[in-house]
Design a binder for this molecule. Sequence first.
Ligand code: TMP
Length: 253
Amino acid sequence: MARRKKLYEGKAKILYEGPEPGTLVQYFKDDATAYNAEKKDVIDGKGVLNNRLSEYFMNGLNGIGVPTHFIKRINMREQLIRSVEIIPLEVVVRNVAAGSMSERLGMAEGTALPRPIIEFYLKDDALGDPLVTEEHIIAFGWAGQQDLDDMVALALRVNDFLSGVMMAVGIKLVDFKIEIGRIWDGDFQRLIVADEISPDSCRLWDTESGQKLDKDVFRRDLGNLAAAYTEVARRLGVLPSNVTHAVKPHVIN
Ligand code: TMP
């Protein structure tokens, strides 16, 4: 049997050539990294959970007309996606102050923001993904003005959808990061949501207790990361049947 071609290996995922032109296979690893890969570990089951959760969110977005790269899940760790030209920016949407914004601006974590705030970070590991302004993005050609307008519109629609889905299961969507790619229809380009949407790329706090159910559990050594992600999956009803991690909330801490 011919070995499939690996096209790219990142910190948490691998991309393989897909079965048809314009498609890729996205494989979710169990590797967890933080602080630009200074902190590393392997979290048994994380890849399986993120594959399921990203499927759930991307399917939901596709269903309300927000275009994404997701085509279908193939197995426990892999999904078929559309191949896109990734725009080299991380698009962060914040509803509540936390993380780097709290540090940068001296705002207490948990402060509600007056409106969703969108930030752009340049995808460049060597530079530590620096915050950039729209002026930088246009001047240096990472995206055009129309792309920026479309990216903001996409990011806000994703925020509305994800906030609602999470709120319904007692989780506050504090912030999240998405990546956006271009696809071409003849001479016309469209922007679609790419990469992944999972607790690796969101901040999720239990509405009642404030308990963290996202990658900050790993970043800040707050307990069992797989148990936290399992809890998110359990609440959303997307728990794969053969995940064996304990799901009782008391094991998270
Ligand atoms: P930050 O507060 O560290 O800037 O992170 C904002 C959001 O973006 C948070 O939900 C985590 C997510 N994020 C990623 O998914 N990847 C990254 O490399 C970084 C820095 C943040």
